[in-house]
Ligand binder design. Structure first.
Ligand code: C5P
Length: 282
């Protein structure tokens, strides 16, 4: 028996640091990354229905298709097959986050679908049982399923929860020039140089001392990312602004709501037409 309706947030994911260590034979790259999550993101709703279906709404709905490749539908069908559940799910996704933007997007939506349908279909599987399905759906989906600050190794899907978090609740600004970037292309353009392991410590230490090795690769394709990062760093302070994932979204961690909102206003004036999303670190 399914519940009558349910909903789930698909928070934006950020990589506070992302160190690319080597190319693998399977086409993926060996990583060390620190994932963190925003409080806000896409929203997913579900109502009881005989079949599994998905409709889209929200500012970025037009950039997505609801075909068989859609990660929310793939997640729903995989969970239905794996659990043998007979109920359907009429889902609606409010797409607030730009697509192909380095902040999880489809991975966050797929993870939210797994969490939501796990409740809605009253499966009550624990996270460990959902993780293999998440891994099949994409390298970032396991981290998005867990939804807490964690270190990812391997493809980014061998996860360890972080012991020391200092950034929880910190004001966060996400900015994107609204040019989609292909993750596969950015990884393919990485120069193959191992620049060293990710530092240890709290999330703040790793942010301040770490790097995103995909940042110079993305800047070479989209030089405007460098201007955006320079502006965000001026607002946030040195080391507190970086590109997330394969880009092009850049984030800044600010030390007060006032400074975050000032940074948002400044960015909107300097970069008209950019997507600007003020939120918090979860
Ligand atoms: O797993 P996902 O489909 O999200 O990854 C998208 C693409 O990003 C992969 O096909 C691969 O080209 C690249 N990738 C990679 N190494 C990783 C994660 C992703 O090369 N660790």
């Amino acid at each position: 028996m399914a519940e009558a309706f349910d909903s789930e947030t698909a928070p934006a994911k950020i990589n506070l640091a992302l160190h690319v260590r080597k190319r693998r034979a399977d086409g993926y790259h060996e990583l060390e990354t620190l994932f963190a999550f925003a409080k806000d993101g896409d929203e997913l709703n579900v109502e009881a229905a005989p079949d599994i279906s998905l409709s889209l709404t929200g500012p970025f709905a037009q950039s997505l298709a609801t075909d068989a490749d859609n990660l929310v539908l793939r997640a729903a069908h995989r969970l239905a097959d794996a659990s043998g559940v007979r109920a359907g799910a009429q889902m609606r996704l409010t797409k607030n986050l730009p697509i192909a933007s380095g902040i999880g997007g489809g991975s966050a939506d797929a993870a939210a679908a797994l969490r939501m349908l796990n409740r809605f279909w009253r499966l009550d599987w624990d996270v460990a049982r959902l993780l293999p399905i998440a891994e099949e759906l994409g390298a970032d989906v396991p981290a998005c399923l867990v939804g807490k600050s964690c270190i990812g190794r391997g493809r980014g899907d061998a996860l360890h929860l972080l012991d020391q978090t200092e950034l929880s609740g910190a004001p966060l600004l996400l900015v994107n020039p609204l040019k989609p970037v292909s993750t596969a292309e950015i990884f393919a353009r990485w120069d193959g140089t191992d620049r060293g392991q990710m530092p240890q410590g709290s999330d703040r230490d790793i942010l301040l001392q770490g790097r995103n090795d995909l940042q110079p690769v993305a800047v070479a394709l989209l030089p405007e990312i460098a201007d955006l990062l320079a502006a965000l760093e001026t607002q946030a302070g040195e080391g507190l602004a970086r590109m997330s994932g394969s880009g092009a979204t850049c984030f800044a961690i600010l030390d007060s709501l006032y400074k975050r909102d000032q940074a948002a206003q400044h960015t909107a004036r300097k970069f008209p037409g950019y997507w600007i999303f003020p939120t918090h670190v979860a």
